[in-house]
Design a protein around this ligand. Sequence first.
Ligand code: PRP
Ligand code: URA
Length: 209
Amino acid sequence: MSKVHILDHPLIQHKLSIMRNKETGAKEFRELLEEISMLMVYEVTRDLPTEEVEVETPICVTKTKMLSGKKIGIVPILRAGLGMVEGVTRLIPAARIGHIGLYRDPLTLQPVEYYCKLPADSENRELIVLDPMLATGGSASAAITFIKQRNCHNIRLVNLIAAPEGIRRIQREHPDVDIYVAACDEKLNEHGYIVPGLGDAGDRLFGTK
Ligand code: PRP
Ligand code: URA
């Protein structure tokens, strides 16, 4: 069963509260999402393996640690996941970036795929899927299924806010995928929006409403 990691560092909570405020404009919303994504990925990658290397400092030769093992790939779910890319790549500049385009049909709430392009060597990478909102879980679950169909099986899911329904769905459909969230909210409303949530992440990020 996938583990759920709640990354509720005080800085993350503070920034997320500003994002939730409906008066916060697109510029500040974008900046905060980037900052929180950077803080989150620090924890998401806490268990990455390291290996001992020899380094010559100006003083002496010493043994020290560097990352080893699989390289990282990040996969934002379009559109809103794009807002998390910059924060993650600031900490992991060598990460390759794939994109999955999905939108949620407003009537059926079912995910509709319109784009999928992953790095050529994705199956050899640790993939971090990014999307600020995990509501019904339909979009994230479909994105993970597409990734698995391309023979990639080392996957982590990172969301800003999750609803219990979305978490349960990922745990049911992708029990091998750990979930990292800044907050787990109360529920979904009748339109499939997270309550209290922050509204429509894509629209707030890109100022489209
Ligand atoms: C939002 C969000 C997730 C999805 C979550 O995207 O960014 O991808 O909804 O809902 P779910 O868990 O019920 O699938 P949306 O479909 O609004 O597309 P957008 O990012 O292009 O605005
Ligand atoms: N997508 C969003 O952007 N917000 C929600 O609350 C649910 C789905």
